[in-house]
Each structure stands twice: as structure tokens, then as C-alpha cells.
Write a protein that binds this ligand. Sequence first.
Ligand code: HEM
Ligand SMILES: [Ca+2]
Ligand SMILES: [Ca+2]
Length: 294
Amino acid sequence: QLSSTFYDTSCPNALSTIKSAVNAAVAQEARMGASLLRLHFHDCFVQGCDASVLLADTATFTGEQGAGPNAGSLRGFSVIDNIKTQVEAVCPQTVSCADILAVAARDSVVALGGPSWTVLLGRRDSTTASLSLANSDLPAPTSSLDQLKAAFNNKNLNPTDMVALSGAHTIGQAQCQNFRDHITESNINPTFAASLRTNCPASGGDTNLAPLDVTTPNTFDNAYYNNLMSQKGLLHSDQELFNNGSADNTVMNFASNAAAFSSAFTTAMVKMGNISPLTGTQGQIRLSCSKVNS
Ligand code: HEM
Ligand SMILES: [Ca+2]
Ligand SMILES: [Ca+2]
């Protein structure tokens, strides 16, 4: 249904415009690549890849940005708004915000040294968002392996896809409140845990940041899986992937074989990008990504 050539005649400069803007944003702040990748994930897992996550809350509209996994945590909205403004200038009301998110996620991974893939296009933008689905369908950092597998299975992503997509935590940062409990658990490297506790004490410092990948936080590589094998996962949910369970073998494979990780990650990103898109005459092409057309 989606197609890699969707904008080839209607907006031939769409992809290059997005890439330039992503490269500029990542050059200014490497973490922005992580933030843009995460936006696409949080979009696709809630109502499908329809840019629902971008709709801002107003006095009369309750969107997804106030949901537990999103509030005070998602970032990159202004970068997306800026890209949309540039794309509107070259092709008015042609390129959807949902497609911009999918392309920006790919370009972010590439900008940080990761693998590339062909992004399928033709998604349209929702006129709705769902706070309740954002709270129910996004996995939590306290999740067990079974809960992680179930959350991804709900989106028709298998356990290999789940482990591969979790490799996105090779970049970016997390807040203390999301890893405080894990750094007092027993399945964590004691030296690693002690160093994290200096900036994430038992009380206070909730929003203090630590890198999800202690080894190469700004490079998209397979170091995340090697960290898990050294019990240096930052989130409880990260370490669940290598904790004597059914995902151990996949983690070991991705840790020792960077090409196997790249292949599984790009395959899974395409699958995630295909979750319930609006196509044809469904939805709309928003003029501004943060609000429904009036
Ligand atoms: C497997 C289940 C997952 C859980 C439980 C999870 C949870 C989290 C949490 C708690 C954070 C830190 C948020 C904060 O402290 O503000 C985070 C950050 C991040 N997540 Fe995930 N995540 C998961 C899967 C994914 C997937 C599939 C992707 C993308 C494909 C992804 C990409 C990211 C990125 C890039 C960051 C860093 C964002 C930044 O620095 O702005 N995560 N995740
Ligand atoms: Ca969505
Ligand atoms: Ca890394």
C-alpha cells in the first residue's frame, strides 16, 4: 500500500529537504537524532503511524503528549515543525507529517552512523489522537520480558523485531526517574550502578539524565547489546532482554554480529512504519503538524 516513490512526481525535493534539516539538527545536538527516532516509535505504536503524537494539547483538544510515556520526555517537536515549514514551502499540502516522522527517523539513524533503509511513503495524518491508547500501548521501562514481547506482539512485531528495535537505545538519554529502581536491582554491574547512583539518588534528581548506551551514546552501533551482556543496561526493560530468558540468544547474536543487527533493525523499522497507516483519502495532509486543519 505504501510506496517508496510516492512523492517522486508530486514533491521530488521532499526527501532531500528532510535530510538536510535532520542533518543540521543532529549536527547542532547529537541527541536530537535519538529524540526524532523515538517520536516515530511513539507515533506508530499509538493508532498507527499517523502523526497523532504531534497533535498538541489545547483547551479543547486532548492529545497524546500528556500520556505517561510522553509527558516531559518527548522532544524534537520544533525540529519537525521546522521541517514541515520547509516542505510546505516547496510542495504545499502534499507531504504528510507522518511521512516526515518516518523519514526523519531514518535520516537520524544514518546521521549517527547507523544503517540506511528505504522508507515507504504515502501515510496521511490523523484528525484524532488517543491519550488512553498512548498510556496502554507504549511499553514501560518497568516491563518484564513477557510484557515487552506482548506489547510488540500487539503491533504484529515478533520477539526478534522487539530485540532489534530496542537497539535504538544505542543512542539517547533517559531520566533518573525511569532507571532509579533498576540501579538497585541485583542484575546490574555493581560499579556501573554505583556510578549512576551518584547522579540518581534514592530521592531527588528525577530528571537527571544518563545515556542509554554507556559506551557510545551518540553513535548508532551494536554496543547496546554488548552492554546488556555486561549487565550495563540502563532501564529495567533493557536488561530484561539479557537476563537468562528467551531473548538472550538474539542479544548475543546482535552483540557479536553488527551486520545481523543492522539487517534486523532495518527490517523491523520498515515493519513498524507499516503499522495501520491512513492512506488514499483517509485523514488529511496537515498544514501544521501540531494541529488538525481548520
Ligand atoms: C522495548 C520497549 C521500550 C521501552 C520500555 C522504552 C522506554 C524508554 C524510556 C523510559 C526512555 C527514556 C525516556 C526519558 O527518560 O525521558 C526511552 C528513550 C528512548 N527510546 Fe525507548 N523504549 C522502548 C523501545 C524503543 C524503541 C522501539 C525505540 C525506537 C525504535 C526507542 C527509542 C528510544 C530513544 C532513541 C530514546 C532516547 C530519546 C532521547 O534521548 O530523546 N525505544 N525509551
Ligand atoms: Ca500515531
Ligand atoms: Ca551506541
